[in-house]
Write a protein that binds this ligand. Structure first.
Ligand code: PEP
Ligand code: MN
Length: 337
């Protein structure tokens, strides 16, 4: 951290900053310029808020040197992390495609959806049993009944399951069925939930909040990692902007940037970004070209009858076409599918 003193700060003010820095256990490095004095704070600054020094008399600004996250950082862990899930790896050379309906609606619907995506080569089924809905009057998911249906799919079709957990007290129940716990965009900063999934040691699909920065996403990942759970996969799913054509704006720059900042796998959910199935194939190709480790795609056997997110869900045959479209793109960026 660097503390920049105001032009004309008095020697007493400078000394009191130095005293405070040393009192907190850091060493100092003083650089006295003609106009301004700069105090280097030497040591691991992460536990200290900038405000501790900014509040002192004569301080103009405080600049951090280290990234606020550590375990999630590539500086700390240079090699790519690979998360194994039920015999498949997320983050390796092979693209990981996770697909399925927004929610489990019935035995018939979830089996039809699962069989359809499996026929297109998908090993990981996505579907929510607990749904975080904007309106309390909207379908909230089948809950425990939905989980039981996912358990049947898992057993009968041998697919891995990724499904959302919304509260710390649900973690145990959801973890009994899921191969990977999904933290939804709305819960990205539910710190008690992050703590609970961290303790669970289960793979976690952490979605970026629609109003969160990449750094905030990485800080949320850090919560999970700091509880000893290194199996975290980040998911870009669109952020809120002024644009109205799409449900959210897919922030594709997050892919190469996150891949640079962190060793964690990064996947893209084009469905919740677009809000319309017609744009999902193109966004998927773009995500793969940008370096995503995988995709999370909503597929419903009958989107017109879906209880949630029908307009953005691909029909099975359109999903099949999407898989064919992304294959040459994957090859072009050195990936297999
Ligand atoms: C979902 O995956 O169905 C979902 C609710 O996503 P998000 O949390 O990104 O809105
Ligand atoms: Mn959805």
């Amino acid at each position: 951290m660097i503390v920049i003193m105001k032009n004309g700060a008095s020697p007493a003010q400078i000394q009191s900053v130095v005293d405070r820095v040393e009192e907190l256990g850091f060493n100092t490095h003083l650089s006295t310029g003609k106009e301004q004095t700069i105090i280097g704070v030497i040591g691991d600054e992460r536990p200290v808020a900038e405000g501790v020094f900014r509040a002192l008399d004569g301080v103009e600004k405080v600049v951090r040197v280290l990234k606020p996250y550590k375990l999630a950082s590539r500086d700390f862990h240079p090699e790519d992390s690979v998360v194994p899930i039920n015999g498949v790896s997320i983050g390796g050379n092979r693209l990981s495609i996770m697909a399925g309906p927004c929610a489990v609606e019935s035995r018939e619907q979830i089996f039809e959806a699962a069989r359809a995506v499996r026929a297109s080569g998908v090993h990981i089924l996505r579907a929510g049993a607990f749904k975080p809905r904007t309106s309390p009057y909207s379908f909230q998911g089948l809950g425990a009944e939905g989980l039981a249906l996912l358990a049947e799919v898992k057993e009968q079709l041998g697919m891995a399951i990724v499904t959302e957990v919304m509260a710390p007290e649900q973690v145990e129940q959801v973890a009994e069925v899921a191969n990977m716990l999904q933290i939804g965009a709305r819960n990205m900063q539910n710190f008690q939930l992050l703590h609970a999934v961290g303790e669970s040691q289960m793979p976690v699909l952490l979605k970026r909040g629609m109003m969160s920065t990449m750094e905030e996403l990485l800080m949320s990942a850090e919560y999970i990692l700091s509880h000893g759970n290194g199996r975290v996969i980040l998911c870009e799913r669109g952020i809120r902007t002024f644009e109205q054509y799409t449900r959210n704006t897919l922030d594709l720059s997050a892919v190469p940037i996150l891949k640079q900042l962190t060793h964690l796998p990064v996947v893209v959910d084009p469905s919740h970004a677009a809000g319309n199935w017609e744009w999902v194939p193109r966004l998927s190709m773009a995500a793969v070209a940008a370096g995503a480790d995988g995709l999370l795609v909503e597929v419903h056997p009958h989107p017109d009858k879906a209880w949630s997110d029908g307009p953005q869900s691909l029909r099975p045959e359109r999903f099949r076409a999407l898989m064919d479209m992304i294959e040459p793109v994957a090859q072009a960026v050195g990936r297999t599918i």
